[in-house]
Design a binder for this molecule. Sequence first.
Ligand code: THU
Length: 128
Amino acid sequence: MIDRELLDLAARAAARAHSPYSGVRVGAALRAPDGRVFTGCNVENASYGLTICAERVAVTKAISEGVARFVAAAVWSSTPRPFTPCGACRQFLSEFARELPISLGCSGGAEEEAELSALLPRAFHFDR
Ligand code: THU
């Protein structure tokens, strides 16, 4: 089921993107077990490789506030079809949520649901 509230917050975060190079605005929202929501947007750089995706911005904001578990996520992109999290973001999210329902939306209007464990099967975890 699409998490309407989380997807709306992701869309609002996308409006704050710094993406003059791709022109694509992406927003992400993560729901913590206590209900708090952490958002992020993509932050590009003139040195293109330094770009940070919206998902990783949201995760690092949460971690730095002491929240390291998530129960749901949403990603919204200013594209005709929804973006799914890139490979790096799948791995980054997987560190903190092995199972994570992700609501996807876009300016084109299409919506989809995805499950992180299906997007990243056999994820790498350093279990010691
Ligand atoms: N982007 C994200 O923010 N999240 C993703 O999962 C895929 C890509 C951003 C990075 C870049 O600023 C723009 O989308 C185009 O790749």
